[in-house]
Design a protein around this ligand. Structure first.
Ligand code: G3P
Length: 217
């Protein structure tokens, strides 16, 4: 399973990339706004930190506008993935860009039917938002299960990128379902490391080691 981080905070991305466990980055207009930086500048900074796909989302709503923005975003770096919304124009742009060899991330997916359309449009990634479904009392992880089942029936190359992740159990459940990627807020990625028994066990080992008075180097 690949881990992407869902942020435009370059300090966080640098810190998490140092773990060697980061496979890519996703951003959206809200995260860009939160960064307080110019869109093109911040995407260029992120692309210089990570080798994997960096999703940059178009802001236009129409096909021609999306294609014009995608042309600008593609020039930033080779690892830019163009993020388009799951609309008729977005999927039309996805098809054109995919045919041109561009990685496209189709975002704002909330149904298996939408995910099927994105795969047919040649998306590299489909982003179902599990947390936002859970927020309104629907089953976010159930959607992942349905998409995985559908995709396994066909030779689609589209990877399921679990988005709107709220906690570590979303990650574990997505991994059990075989989802290809999870994009995680930095706090969720850090939380994956944590267990109180790890901390307790390590403290006991270090106390016993200190009592030996030995050093390894
Ligand atoms: O970037 C897309 C998605 O991960 C957003 O998540 O937390 O705003 O629902 P959230």
């Amino acid at each position: 399973m690949k881990f992407f981080v869902d942020t435009a905070d370059t300090a966080e991305i640098k810190s998490l990339a140092a773990s060697g466990l980061l496979d890519g980055v996703t951003t959206n207009p809200s995260l860009i706004a939160k960064s307080g930086k110019q869109f093109v500048d911040v995407i260029a900074e992120i692309c210089a930190i990570v080798d994997g796909p960096v999703s940059a989302e178009v802001a236009a709503m129409d096909f021609d506008g999306m294609m014009a923005e995608a042309a600008v975003l593609r020039r930033i770096a080779k690892n830019v993935a163009i993020k388009v919304p799951l609309t008729p124009d977005g999927l039309r742009a996805c098809k054109h860009l995919s045919n041109d060899g561009v990685q496209v991330n189709v975002t704002l997916c909330f149904s298996p039917a939408q995910a099927l359309l994105a795969a047919k449009a040649g998306a590299a990634f489909i982003s179902p938002f599990v947390g936002r479904l859970d927020d309104i009392g629907q089953d976010g992880m159930g959607l992942i299960a349905e998409i995985m089942e559908i995709y396994q029936n066909y030779p689609f190359k589209t990877e399921v990128l679990v988005a709107s992740v709220r906690h570590t159990m979303h990650v574990v459940q997505a991994a059990k379902l075989g989802a290809h990627v999870a994009t995680l807020p930095p706090n969720v990625l850090r939380a994956l490391f944590a267990h109180p028994l790890t901390d307790k066990g390590l403290a006991a080992f270090m106390a016993d080691w200190a009592a030996t008075g030995q050093k390894i180097v």
